[in-house]
Write a protein that binds this ligand. Sequence first.
Ligand SMILES: Cc1ncc(COP(=O)(O)O)c(C=O)c1O
Length: 404
Amino acid sequence: MALAHRLDRLGTETAFAVSAAAAAWAAQGHRVYPFHLGDIDLATPRVITEAAAKAIADGYTGYCPGPGIMPLREALADDTNERRGTAYTPENVVVQPGGKPVITKFLQAVMNEGTQVLYPNPGFPIYESQIEYLGGEAVPYGYVPTDSGFAIDLDRVRSLITDRTSAIIYNDLQNPISAESTAAEREAIAQLAIEHDLWVLSDEAYFETRYSGVSSSIASLPGMAQRTVILYTFSKKFAMTGWRLGAGIAPAEVAQVMGTMNTNNESCTTHFIQHAGAAGLRGDQSEVQQILQTLKGRRDAAVDVLETISGVQIARPESTFYLFPDVTQAMAARGIEEVNDFATQALHATGVSFCTRKHFGRPQPGEERQYVRFAYSGLPADDITEGLTKLKAWIETGETEGQA
Ligand SMILES: Cc1ncc(COP(=O)(O)O)c(C=O)c1O
């Protein structure tokens, strides 16, 4: 007996391997500072937990419609329209167990075998994995450093589009690099999509994880709603990563086929959790604001130390909860050539655990600089300061003191 050939093309979130290494190090009695996983250690707002408990008590524990319950689809359409200036109806909303399934179902809906899909790299690793697993050709596009962070390499995007390109994945407020499009960049991507008749997956997982300014969606630009699927998730905004609740917000014909996929796969997203999600969208937002304030404090704690480390170059992003510093010189100072070795040695010397560029899609030819990613959503500001201060000492002097 053999397993299916397509499994050769299935990737994964290799960040989970970093979690395993950190857990193994902690199990040996060492203090670990977990910057590797984009999880949140903060409580889900009470308006949501109480609504979930009530929905269970009220008996919402059976199956519900595959595309989602109407109160949640209505709440999502209203919320999306209010924040993005769009004109969706509940017909455009297809509820999912998390944001991640939107990636797979989008690709299944719009990508034929052998067609090309452009995707950001470095980027969320599931894009590359799912395009290839489902028989498409994953075509990476990258980012270029700017004075204030990173920008999409638009010339490269233009040069990569062929008559076999069916879609582009666009992740504004980006994981792992926290890049944020200017209006001009967003319009340029939209223009290319229209010109070449492409579908767009707009991954908006971090749309509301921002500390200043206002987010904009590519779906609100003229001609875009009919070709764009928004990936919406409750995971980050509401600190609900483990609840598994999200949605695709899509042209009605795409939402409809994604709903049929739901029926084929999970039947429906957990019924009472959908009621809790609707309460989260409609209810009091004060705890959501507190989550954001806490994350902002953690960002500042992290950047305040990282920007003082010699050989580390870093910006202070206004969105997401990731930092993506250039550590090329820091690695040279420690005499380390391979970025994953740098991460392993840092873990063992300081307990600070983080991912590297290599966990976010296959590195591309010609990449010269070395980057790592810190997620600051999973540990308190004091621990952030303590851990990163140890990292600073190790990078600058080789000191490993303070490690249990
Ligand atoms: C860019 C991006 N998209 C999608 C997801 C999926 O989120 P979830 O499935 O938890 O909603 C994540 C999670 O980290 C992400 O970073």
